[in-house]
Each structure stands twice: as C-alpha cells, then as structure tokens.
Ligand binder design. Structure first.
Ligand code: SF4
Length: 358
C-alpha cells in the first residue's frame, strides 16, 4: 500500500472515502451540525473564529434564544447584542453579524451563492465556503488552519502556510477532492476540519494511530508530520502600557464608552490612560478628569493579549469625589454594560468592591 501511494503521487485523492466514514462515526455532536439553516450555521462559524468550541457552546445557545432569526438579529438593540457577545472577544464580529443581517433582510433572504455570501460584511472566503457547502450543498472549499495543517502533513508539503499562495493552492486541492453527493458535500469541509481539530492536532503529536488517513499520509510515512506545517514566524506583538482606574463614589463605579471606531469600538470600559503611572501620576490623572482622589484602596496589575497588541495594565482602585465625564454604575448597572474581557480582572474587582459597598 505505502509503496503504491508513494509512487502514485497524490495521497489527497485517497482521502474522501475513509474521511467521511470516520466523520460519520466519530464527529463531535455539536448543535450547528444538526441544521442546514444558513443563519444558524453562519452564527456558529462567526463565533468559532479564534474561539474554542467549548467556549462557544453557551454563547451560541443564548444568542439563538435571543435572536432566533436573521430578522430578529437585524432588529436587535446594539447594547443587547454586545451584552450577549460579552466575553467572546473580537467584538467587530458581532457588529458585522448585525450589519450583514440587515443587508440579508433588505435583500429578502440569505444569498445562496458563494459570491453572494462573500459580499456580506464579516464573511471571508473560509466562512463563505463553510456556509455554501453546509447550507446550500455547493462544492466550495472552506480552508482554515486545521485544513492547512492536515493537507500539509498528508502531502508532506513544506511550503509556508502563512503565504497567500499556499492557501490558494490548498483551496484548489480541496475543491478538486470535494465529493459529488449532496449529503457528502454538506459534511466534507466539516470532516477535514474535525480531523484537524481532534486527530491531526496542532502543537504536539498528531494521533496517527487513530487517523483514517494513516495508510497513505506522506507526513506519517516519511516521519515529517510533527514538524509540519511550516509557518513563518509572526511579527512580534506591540506592547502597550496602560493605567486603569476603578473609581468609586457613593456605591457606584465610573464607566465610559470607547470611541465608535478602532479596537473594542463602542464598548464600555473603566477609565484608563496610556502609560504605567505611579501613584502621584495617577492622582494627577484623576484630577485632570475633574475628580478628587480620596482613599486609595488597591493596586492591581493585569495583562491582555489581542492578536497584534498586548496590553500591560497597572490598576488603581480608589474612592473619589466629583462627577467627571463618566457614567456612574452600581452593581446592576455594571451588569447591563458590555465591558470587554480585556478588563476581566478589573471587572471582577469592581463587582467585588460594589458588593462590599452594599
Ligand atoms: Fe495527521 Fe497523522 Fe493523520 Fe497524517 S496520519 S493526517 S499526520 S493524524
């Protein structure tokens, strides 16, 4: 078998049949796999971008309970939408979902072509392919990091998977493999991704012993699988220092809304400034907002990593007098404002402090 495959060239051609049989017997039972409704598939795909399946499950159920249709999402108040997304991160995903939902509603329904899907806000080639195949039985590939890894190992390909040319080539290879039968098309992309997520796993040894491709996988046969895929080193993240203030006044805490554009646009945050300020500098910053620092309670540091930026935060909790340009929220008020998880440590501390004040 191995000799034949090694000389015949393309191990990918042998993949569909054993892969689909393996998927039908072994795939994880996930709610979005029980539907062909493009809306439900689309919401799951957007939530799963940069987010683990286990983290998505609860959000997915709550989101669909609140917005059971594309029309309901289109009409949702922004604050409610953001609150339901709170903690998932990458908030532009939620905004784009709603923009796209409005576009779909205006158009009178979901586009049922790859190009039509691609034209919607927040939908790139991968997501368009995933929806096109799972909801509309179209033979369109959906190539994510899992698929790139599986294909690189199967074909013993050492090209840089971060290069656009490599991705393009893999898309064409996967397209050529896509089965004809509708029931198979619907699950094929999912099956390759599932193999990558659960068997041909990243950052460690692939579980070749239980893999449906083990007999013809060139990476396994040649012993290169663990060093694949090749990925050029990313640029280092930019580090930004910040000082975050938990300003307390009469059982309430200061919040402010972030600008409508840029990182975490339109979400709520604790007042903060650039730089790691010492206590004297922090007091000056508080006065600059028109407040008078009174009792200093606590200093606490935290870190949050975004894709391209890392925030290193110094935090102060203190009582202050005055109004300042802020919204003052009690415990219940804090709950109703979407504060991104970048401030998670401060959010927990704020809840604790407000609890103490009650
Ligand atoms: Fe990945 Fe191993 Fe399967 Fe090859 S045999 S696809 S390396 S898990």
């Amino acid at each position: 078998m191995e000799e034949k495959i090694l000389t015949s060239g393309n191990p990918l051609a042998l993949l569909p049949e054993p892969l689909l049989a393996w998927y039908r017997a072994n795939a994880r039972d996930l709610p979005w796999r029980h539907t062909a409704d493009p809306y439900r598939i689309w919401v799951s795909e957007i939530m799963l971008q940069q987010t683990r399946v286990a983290a998505v499950l609860g959000y997915y159920a709550r989101f669909l309970a609140a917005f059971p249709s594309v029309e309901a999402l289109a009409a949702a108040p922004e604050d409610r939408l953001m609150k339901l997304w709170e903690g998932l991160g990458y908030y532009s995903r939620a905004r784009n979902l709603q923009r796209a939902a409005r576009q779909i509603t205006e158009q009178g329904g979901f586009p049922d072509t790859y190009q039509g899907l691609l034209a919607l806000p927040g939908i790139g080639e991968y997501t368009a392919g995933a929806i096109a195949s799972a909801a509309f039985d179209l033979r369109e590939p959906a190539v994510d990091g899992n698929v790139l890894r599986v294909v690189a190992r199967l074909t013993d390909c050492h090209d840089d998977i971060a290069a656009p040319g490599t991705k393009r080539a893999v898309q064409e290879q996967v397209r050529a493999l896509m089965p004809e039968a509708e029931a198979d098309v619907r699950i094929f992309n999912q099956a390759v991704m599932e193999l990558g997520a659960t068997v041909c796993v990243p950052n460690g040894s692939p579980k070749c012993g239980v893999c449906p491709a083990r007999d013809f996988c060139l990476g396994r046969i040649r012993g290169t699988a663990e060093s694949l895929p090749v990925k050029a080193a990313k640029k280092a993240r930019r580090v930004e220092e910040k000082t975050v203030f938990l300003l307390l006044r009469k059982g309430k805490i200061a919040l402010r809304r972030r600008p409508d554009t840029g990182l975490l646009a339109g979400l709520w945050e604790f007042p903060n400034t650039e730089g790691a300020l010492n206590e004297a500098e922090a007091a000056a910053a508080v006065r600059a907002w028109g407040l008078e620092p009174k009792a200093w309670r606590k200093k606490l540091t935290a870190k949050h990593i975004f894709t391209h930026v890392e925030w290193r935060m110094t935090g102060y909790a203190l009582e202050a007098a005055g109004e300042g340009p802020f919204l003052w929220a009690d415990g219940a008020g804090l709950e109703t404002h979407a504060v991104p998880s970048a401030f998670a440590r401060y959010y927990e501390e704020a809840r604790r402090l407000l609890e103490e004040e009650r």
